[in-house]
Design a protein around this ligand. Structure first.
Ligand SMILES: Cc1ncc(COP(=O)(O)O)c(C=O)c1O
Length: 374
């Protein structure tokens, strides 16, 4: 029996993540080392997916692995807080300037926690988000028409339409807890938001007493403090994930002590548990991964991404993105995915390509060659 047939018997569709599914079914991964992943047929590919941008140093980076093993040897989870979560929160504060943090296990969960924070802080119910931006799996964050989704107090506006945003805020502004934006939304084409629009958004939210909440779950890797820093704006809340966990499950929100105050246990406070929140293995691996990814490393990786994008564009390839995140624009992403996979490059199922520090110039040449000849 084909392994996918066996998998389909116990997992609907044969796996657990819609976002990694390619028809008829994706290959199954067996191992990864640096920039290379090996599947269960022994096929080796350069990993340009990096678990949807989260493996900033590729697979099994020796220092990240050592930090995780050392933490795991001391115990993988406790019914007490640990020093490790304080250390990662301090690191995030120092690199972003954002005062306080709260950890969870995925980006989806972080966005839900962010919405809870915004509603608890403002005492308002409505959230504004933008069509086509992906913020994970929460009911409020997917299409309200999708099966199984319960109605939420969410207003979905078109991307980059200042007129629509201004009108919506004029009409509903006093009910809006937060406007949630991803400044370079992958599912909407990985095009960076226009700075004038972002500045106007910041002004509008302030004017109406709503919070500006930025989803940096993919874009955090582009700048030490997150992509918003390149816009020179100050968000009220951010959601992060992916790279901050060193390859382990993670999510977090950051904000001022005032905005996150409702989470501090007290009468009437937000109650938000999580058996594995801030688990010490993730915290240790994340701290090591981020320590190895400072200003110089970020700039170097972004430059490699910019060079690859220029090179692909010069060959006539339609490619969006910024720095170390690229998106190959194609009307048939499944065909491109399989074509590149067979040629030895793994990308995201919608054409996303995320570089890692484990990639050598030779890997980047091989990626460019595969993309331009596919
Ligand atoms: C911008 C953005 N927000 C939220 C999420 C959800 O994160 P997770 O898959 O860790 O739940 C993702 C995942 O790709 C994302 O890209």
């Amino acid at each position: 029996m084909d392994f996918a047939d066996r998998a389909r018997r116990v997992l609907p569709g044969g796996n657990t993540r819609t976002t990694i599914f390619v028809p008829p079914h994706p290959p199954y991964a067996v191992s990864g080392e640096g920039a290379v992943l090996t599947d269960d047929t022994g096929h080796r590919v350069i990993d340009g997916n990096n678990n949807y941008t989260s493996l900033i140093h590729g697979h099994a980076h020796p220092d990240v692995l050592a930090a995780a093993i050392e933490a795991a040897q001391r115990g993988t989870a406790f019914g007490l807080p640990t020093h490790a979560e304080v250390a990662l929160a301090e690191h995030l504060r120092d690199r972003t300037g954002i005062e306080q943090w709260r950890f969870c296990n995925s980006g989806s969960e972080a966005v839900l926690m962010l919405l809870r924070a915004a509603r608890a802080h403002t005492g308002r119910d409505l959230v504004v988000r933008f069509e086509g931006s992906y913020h994970g799996t929460g009911d409020a964050l997917v299409s309200p028409d999708a099966p199984g989704v319960a109605p939420s107090a969410v207003l979905v506006l078109p991307q980059h339409d200042l007129g629509a945003l201004t009108a919506a805020m004029r009409e509903h502004g006093d009910r809006v807890a937060a406007v949630l934006i991803d400044l370079m939304p992958n599912h909407a084409g990985l095009a960076p938001a226009d700075p004038a629009y972002v500045e106007a958004l910041r002004d509008l939210t302030r004017q109406h007493g709503a919070l500006l909440a930025i989803d940096e779950i993919i874009t955090f890797r582009l700048h030490e403090g997150g992509l918003h820093r390149t816009y020179g704006i100050e968000p009220d809340l951010v959601a992060v994930g992916k790279v901050i966990g060193g390859g382990f499950p993670v999510g977090a929100i950051g904000g001022s002590a005032e905005v996150l105050a409702p989470f501090a246990p007290a009468a009437g406070a937000v109650s938000w548990g999580g058996t594995f929140n801030a688990n010490p293995v993730t915290m240790a691996a994340g701290l090591t991964a981020l320590t190895l990814f400072g200003t110089a490393e970020i700039a170097a990786l972004n430059q490699r991404g910019d060079e690859l994008r220029s090179r692909l564009r010069a060959e006539g390839v339609a490619v969006n993105g910024s720095g170390s995140l690229l998106r190959l624009m194609t009307p048939d992403p499944t065909r491109l995915w399989w074509d590149l996979y067979r040629r030895g490059v793994l990308i995201g199922t919608n054409g996303l390509l995320a570089l890692s520090t484990a990639m050598t110039p030779d890997h980047l040449d091989q990626i460019a060659e595969a993309v331009t000849t596919s």
